[in-house]
Design a protein around this ligand. Structure first.
Ligand SMILES: [Zn+2]
Ligand SMILES: [Zn+2]
Length: 133
C-alpha cells in the first residue's frame, strides 16, 4: 500500500513537471505571438494606405522642387518617396521645406480608384491626371 502511495506521488510529481513544461512552451509561443502582434499594426497600417498625396505650402517661398511635387499622388511604397519625403534635403526655400504628405486610407471614398489609376501610371500621378479621371 505504501509503495502504491509512493508510486502515486512520484507519478503526480512527474505529471506536474510535465504539465509545467507543457505550459511553459505555449506561453513561450504566446510571448512570440505578442511580439508578432506588436509589429503587425505597422503592417496593417501600411496596407490600409491607398495612396499618398504630396502637399507643398505653395506660397512665394515655396521652391521649384517642392512646387513640382505639390499635388502629386503616389503609391505609399513608391521609391520616389524615399528621395522627396518632406522635409526633403534639396529644398531651396528660405523657410525650408514645409511640405507634408497626406496619407489617404483605403476606406476613403474614391481612394481605390486613385490607387488603381496610380498602379496604371507606374505609381505616381500629378494632380491633372488625377482630376481628369
Ligand atoms: Zn522646397
Ligand atoms: Zn518642400
Amino acid at each position: 500500500m505504501t509503495r502504491f502511495i509512493v508510486l502515486f506521488i512520484a507519478a503526480y510529481v512527474v505529471y506536474t513537471i510535465v504539465k509545467k513544461s507543457l505550459k511553459r512552451t505555449p506561453s513561450g509561443n504566446d510571448a512570440q505571438q505578442r511580439t508578432d502582434k506588436k509589429s503587425q499594426p505597422v503592417v496593417t497600417h501600411l496596407k490600409e494606405i491607398a495612396y499618398v498625396c504630396y502637399s507643398a505650402a505653395n506660397d512665394d517661398d515655396t521652391c521649384d522642387v517642392c512646387r513640382e511635387f505639390d499635388g502629386r499622388h503616389m503609391l505609399p511604397n513608391h521609391k520616389i518617396l524615399q528621395r522627396v519625403r518632406p522635409p526633403h534635403a534639396g529644398c531651396k526655400s528660405p523657410k525650408g521645406c514645409r511640405c507634408t504628405l497626406v496619407y489617404v486610407t483605403r476606406d476613403e471614398d474614391g481612394s481605390s480608384e486613385v490607387e488603381s489609376l496610380l498602379k496604371k501610371h507606374g505609381g505616381m500621378c500629378d494632380r491633372q491626371t488625377i482630376e481628369r479621371n
